[in-house]
Design a protein around this ligand. Structure first.
Ligand SMILES: [Zn+2]
Length: 274
């Protein structure tokens, strides 16, 4: 059986008690930490949290039906469960549950910020057969919003460009990334971001892979590119530092689940270091 998540909007009737419930209070996920693993409670276990708004997400071949629950700020964690940031417990969730949690947190955030119609102010209702909120008064529909961002690995000879963002924990280096602007192609965005952040020009831009990154609603589009011209000149508004590194002298790298790390690991494999 395929390992891919099958998204759906219309829930089974009745709601299965053993479905997984990804319940969020703001961006904090209700989980049970056991040994080195984070478990997701079932719908049945959370049946007492009756004022939660719920969205059906679809079916995971490994875990069955999945729901996202929006909890109110007053909600207290039931015994044995606690609230944790999705990113903090990513390694304990593993890639499959982290991926579904990423879907859930974005749907929940969208639900919370689109309760009322943006045109006439009437309270929205969930559309029946698609992922949308509909205004019962004027008919305006709104859909979950995604913010596309590029992330790019740049090489010069056998070296890779890594940079430290002001927002990163001290000592953590990664590849460059930035949001796509309206009217821009992805390739233009790569060229612009690289020029803005480190002052160099790149060529041979190739698509690598993509990753949903729900912090808060990005879709990361990964590319590789080669240095064309120019010396590094760091834009200090964005970056603390940037430099060329050889495969066997890399600084501290990002989380293994991130596409940034996949881009770097792919480079290391190419040079026989991994
Ligand atoms: Zn309306």
């Amino acid at each position: 059986m395929s390992n891919e998540f099958i998204p759906a909007v219309t829930p089974p009737d009745p709601h299965p008690e053993d479905a997984l419930a990804f319940a969020f209070k703001k961006d904090q996920l209700l989980t049970r930490l056991q040994d080195e693993q984070a478990q997701i409670p079932t719908l049945g276990e959370l049946a007492g949290l009756t004022d939660a708004d719920q969205h059906y997400l679809g079916v995971c071949p490994q875990h069955g039906h999945c729901y996202a629950l929006e909890l109110t700020e007053e909600t207290e964690a039931p015994t044995g469960l606690a609230f944790h940031g999705l990113r903090d417990i990513a390694p304990k969730l593993g890639p499959t549950l982290f991926g579904i949690g990423g879907r859930a947190v974005q749907i929940v955030a969208w639900g919370q910020t689109h309760r009322y119609c943006g045109r006439c102010g009437t309270e929205n209702v969930h559309a029946e057969n698609e992922r949308a909120q509909t205004c019962p008064s004027c008919g305006l529909m709104c859909f979950p919003r995604l913010s596309p961002a590029i992330i790019v690995r740049i090489e010069r000879g056998d070296q890779i460009l890594l940079a430290r963002n002001h927002r990163f924990p001290t000592g953590l280096y990664s590849v460059l990334a930035g949001f796509v602007e309206p009217g821009e192609t992805l390739e233009e965005c790569v060229v612009r971001e690289v020029r803005e952040e480190v002052g160099i020009d790149v060529e041979d831009i190739r698509y690598f892979a993509s990753q949903p990154w729900p912090f808060p609603n990005s879709l990361m589009l990964g590319f590789t590119a080669r240095h064309k011209s120019g010396e590094i000149e760091v834009d200090n508004n964005e970056l603390a530092e940037a430099d060329w590194y050889r495969p066997n002298e890399l600084p501290n790298l990002p989380l293994p689940l991130s596409i940034a790390r996949r881009l770097i690991d792919d480079y290391l494999k190419k040079h026989g270091v991994l």
